[in-house]
Design a protein around this ligand. Structure first.
Ligand code: 5RP
Length: 220
């Protein structure tokens, strides 16, 4: 019988545990796939020193399992960061931020030696952009940034009723065909008022673990 998307998420989360090294600090992402990873990590929590979470929600889930969560400022080295994605390509470029945690995710990924991205096969695309690209914006810059995004050919939609863990807002940008993710990531980050955007291309994943009906595939 075919696996459901949820079963695939669970399978790939379990596979990511192989990348966790004993006696190290583990970076932990956000979202439903990352939640499964947290549940798997709980089974080997005695082997790791601590974790750093990319959101308040993940920190809560980690703590509920009795796993130590450290402030990133107290950590100078992180062996691995494990997180999901909304879209990914075979070049290891990602779109993230469906859950709105993109900025902290990018910060934790920047510190980690290895970024292991865990997805199910529905997330793999040829070209990023079908999933609306989340952009975190300082609230007072919202309309200005939206106008700049329109100039770039995008259709920004304000994520109503949502505030990020950093106290900012999100614009979800539709209709972008992201053929050159590194260039677009840099261009978006240069708009004044943008905190960060959901493209992970300048710092892509190092490994993608992708759950398929035939098992978990490794792309690197
Ligand atoms: C949250 C993210 C998530 O990794 C992304 O939205 C994927 O989520 P899920 O594992 O629930 O499909 O970037 O900001």
């Amino acid at each position: 019988m075919a696996m459901t998307q949820d079963e695939m998420k669970r399978a790939v989360a379990a596979a990511a545990v192989d990348y966790v090294e004993a006696g190290t600090i583990v970076g932990v992402g956000t979202g439903s796939t990352a939640n499964y990873f947290i549940d798997e990590l709980a089974k080997i929590k005695h082997k790791i020193d601590a974790t750093v979470a990319s959101s308040e929600a993940s920190a809560e889930r980690l703590k509920s399992h009795g796993i130590l969560v450290e402030d990133l400022n107290m950590v100078s080295e992180m062996s691995v960061y494990v997180d999901g994605a909304d879209e990914c390509t075979k070049f290891l470029h990602l779109t993230k931020g469906g859950g709105g945690a993109l900025t902290r995710e990018k910060i934790v990924a920047a510190v980690a030696k290895t970024f292991v991205c865990i997805v199910d096969e529905t997330k793999m695309v040829d070209v990023l952009g079908k999933f609306p690209l989340p952009v975190e914006v300082i609230p007072m810059a919202r309309s200005y940034v939206a106008r700049e995004l329109v100039k770039m050919g995008g259709s920004p939609v304000y994520r109503e009723g949502f505030t990020t863990d950093n106290g900012n807002v999100i614009l979800d940008v539709h209709n972008l065909q992201i053929l050159n993710p590194v260039e677009i990531e840099e261009k978006l980050n240069n708009i004044t008022g943008v905190v960060t955007n959901g493209l992970f291309a300048c710092r892509p994943a190092d490994v993608i673990l992708m759950a398929t009906q035939e098992g978990v595939k490794t792309i690197k």
